[in-house]
Design a protein around this ligand. Structure first.
Ligand code: NAP
Length: 243
């Protein structure tokens, strides 16, 4: 897909990986719809509009089915299409399973897995009608490996991989692709919150001996959206942490 003038909707794009993804697509000439629950900074929107593309922000919680519909409907109203949907919004509530509450599990599942389903459920009909589209779901390395203290997060992220593959199979006949990116340890607010001890442990598992940058994930998202022959795949961007 040539991204110039296309519409790219990135959930959870007020900071971190989502921000880098939005910026990378804008650098390709795509118009951007930003989303988060809390307001997006003016600095962020200015950075994007400086690239000469159109930028709109639609605030809303993707874990709510009707809010996801509103985000999709409003995008369609503003731009007439959704060419690329990146389901990036995600949260973690890390705890050992013996201490994990039902609320910890449900909250993580609701945003990470249900949120991705909600957005796909509402955006896919439009993409199928267009007979072109790329859906990219941001999972995690721990969705494939599991992790101590992340049973809820890992389960939700593993679910995202199954969701992606099923959507890929259902949508392929109409030219719509669906893929997953599983980031390793990427430097963002989410990982800054981890203790030095955990960060050291993570580093010891990364053959390339550096934490990932948000741009590493953004580059993979742009690459996937440009291909109309890659679907149902899980692209690992993790410095070799899991092979
Ligand atoms: P982050 O810095 O915490 O940013 C998360 C973004 O999602 C924010 O814009 C946040 O804004 C938004 N968000 C959270 N819940 C939302 C909801 N219910 N509805 C709409 N927006 C929501 O996280 P990150 O590190 O960039 O992570 C981005 C994605 O990559 C997540 O799915 C995460 O699980 C995944 N990932 C990250 C790493 C890593 O090492 N950082 C590794 C593997 C996978 P508001 O709070 O304003 O809503």
């Amino acid at each position: 897909m040539d991204l110039k003038g296309k519409t790219v909707l990135v959930t959870g794009s007020s900071r971190g990986i989502g921000e880098a993804i939005a910026l990378a697509f804008a650098q390709q000439g795509a118009n951007i719809v930003l989303n988060a629950r809390k307001p997006v900074s003016e600095e962020m929107t200015n950075k994007l509009t400086a690239l000469g593309v159109e930028v709109e922000t639609i605030l809303g919680d993707v874990s709510e089915f009707d809010t996801a519909k509103m985000i999709v409907d409003k995008t369609k109203e503003l731009f007439g299409s959704i060419d690329v949907l990146v389901n990036n919004a995600g949260i973690n509530r890390d705890k050992l399973i013996m201490r994990m509450t039902e609320e910890d599990f449900d909250a993580t599942y609701q945003v990470n897995l249900k949120g991705s389903f909600n957005m796909i459920r509402h955006a896919l009909p439009l993409m199928l009608k267009q007979r072109v589209g790329s859906i990219i779901n941001i999972s995690s390395v721990v969705g494939e490996t599991g992790n101590v203290g992340q049973a809820n997060y890992a389960a939700s992220k593993a679910g995202v991989i199954g969701l992606s593959k099923s959507v890929a199979r259902e949508a392929a006949a109409r030219g719509v692709t669906c893929n997953t990116i599983t980031p390793g340890f990427i430097e963002t607010d989410m990982t800054d919150a981890l203790s030095d001890k955990i960060q050291e442990q993570m580093m010891s598992q990364i053959p390339l001996k550096r934490f990932g940058k948000t741009e590493d994930i953004a580059d993979a998202a742009v690459f996937l959206s440009k291909s109309d022959y890659i679907t149902g795949q899980t692209i690992r961007v993790n410095g070799g942490m899991y092979m």
